[in-house]
Design a protein around this ligand. Structure first.
Ligand code: NAP
Ligand code: MG
Length: 417
């Protein structure tokens, strides 16, 4: 299909994205970077076909947040989306932007609409040695985004007394009553829940994603101690693997490994990396930050939300980098790391290309990532990385305009090679 590949002005290469991608624009410094990346690194090379949704806070406010649901619908329909970081408003932001309401986090809305799982992986640079020196490939953390501590009910026990766990079915019949603890004095109690359908979706997302990137799945829980709660996770994961994925995993030479969470944590540290580590909600919260810090830094984390039926939304894991934005608005030159946002675009374009059988677009996505990596590996670092490294590791610290110019020149070379 040569018509995916256009020649413009006799020499520049122009790749056409066949079907549309949902493009979700956002706020502050990442919104500024978004525009720069499109202008310098995408539009000169790709005939972008996007459905554009403006998720900036003022526009979410103006549309009573309807734009967020429309964007989520678009990802469902088009199967591929790319999202810029957005502000999750708090009281201070409400005042700053004169908001009608404290709108919910767009990421939470989109995650719920897609019933999705978030996969986070660091971008590794040879020049930035991971704290764990054995890691050769990124460790991807898949975090279950439902239940556990985040939907727990708690009670601060004020005095001696009995705490019970009671379950009543829909008809009002009591099926279970257990004593949690006979408190001799004040204390604290907590109840958590999860749902089979959510755990099953999580397992499907993990196995499906791992298969698409050709990696093993590791899953750890504490079923020896938590004989119903964690045991349910273990059994449902095994069921999904055996019934839906075992054959494909075997064909691809991939493995699923279950062990106790503490054992898995130790094994991940001693591994070469390159696996999808499925984590329950709280474990994923903690481990994704640990992996980010141990690999490089938060600005270098990529993130993709995957639904069990195969919709993909790519984004950078970091936020809108507010302090850079305020400085940039005053006319200061700033050095913001664009790699995770570039990788988000590359991820979306690659996935679009794979779904459409558009090899040129897949190749372009690879070149886009490579161009960014090459410029960093050549010693041009952003400020966040210079703070992590010995000055001998880098040559300079270009501002955003200079850096994007360097990456563009490298991309032009890679595309014509
Ligand atoms: P943040 O924007 O990720 O920034 C935290 C700090 O990390 C920054 O101050 C900066 O450190 C550094 N940093 C992050 N990304 C960077 C990059 N690309 N290049 C260089 N440095 C980078 O998190 P936050 O300050 O907690 O949140 C700011 C806003 O983002 C909030 O309104 C929050 O709601 C939103 N947020 C959105 C998402 C999302 O949409 N996915 C995720 C998280 C937060 P220095 O100041 O040291 O340079
Ligand atoms: Mg966390």
């Amino acid at each position: 299909m040569r018509d995916t590949f256009l020649i413009v002005d006799g020499n520049s290469l122009m790749h056409r994205a066949f079907h549309a991608i949902a493009e979700l624009d956002g706020d502050e410094m990442t919104h500024v970077l978004w525009g720069m990346i499109k202008k310098e690194l995408l539009l000169p090379f790709v005939e972008l076909n996007t459905e554009y949704y403006d998720l900036s806070l003022p526009h979410r406010d103006e549309t009573e947040n309807a734009v967020t649901s429309q964007a989520a619908d678009a990802i469902r329909r088009l199967r591929v989306g790319v999202k810029c970081a957005t502000i999750t408003p708090n009281l201070q932001r409400q005042e700053e932007y004169g908001l009608k309401k404290l709108w919910k986090s767009p990421n939470a809305t989109i995650r719920a609409a897609l019933d999705g799982t978030v996969f986070r992986a660091p971008i590794l640079l040879k020049r930035v040695k991971p704290v764990v020196t054995g890691w050769e490939e990124p460790v991807t953390v898949a975090r279950h985004a439902y239940g556990d501590l985040y939907k727990a009910v708690e009670y601060r026990v004020p005095c001696a007394g009995k705490a019970e766990l009671v379950f009543t079915d829909e008809s009002g019949r009591e099926l279970s009553r257990q004593t949690v603890y006979d408190f001799p004095a004040a204390g604290v109690v907590q109840a958590m829940h999860n749902r089979d359908d959510s755990i099953l979706s999580f397992a499907r997302c993990c196995f499906g994603y791992a298969l698409s990137v050709g990696q093993d799945v590791w899953f750890g829980a504490k079923d020896t101690i938590s004989k119903d709660y964690d045991q349910t996770f273990k059994l449902l994961f095994q069921k999904v693997f055996d019934e839906e994925f075992r054959t494909d995993f075997e064909k691809a030479g991939l493995h699923y490994r279950y062990a106790l969470i503490d054992d898995i944590a130790a094994k991940v540290i001693r591994s070469k990396g390159g696996m999808v580590w499925a984590c329950k909600n709280y474990d994923g919260d903690v481990m994704s930050d640990m992996i980010a810090a141990a690999s490089a830094s938060l600005p270098m984390m990529t993130s993709v939300l995957v639904s069990p039926d195969g919709c993909f939304e790519y984004e950078a894991a970091h936020g809108t980098v507010t302090d850079h934005f305020y400085r940039w608005r005053k006319g200061e030159k700033v050095s913001t790391n664009p790699l995770a946002t570039m990788f988000a675009w590359a991820g979306a374009l690659r996935k679009r290309g794979e779904l459409d059988g558009n090899a040129d677009l897949v190749r372009f996505a690879g070149c886009l990532e490579q161009a960014g990596l090459d410029i960093f590996e050549a010693g041009h670092f952003t400020e966040d990385l210079t703070m992590l490294c010995d000055p001998s590791e880098y040559t300079d610290k270009p501002d955003n305009d200079t850096l994007l110019g360097l990456i563009r020149a490298r991309l032009e070379t890679l595309l014509t090679e």
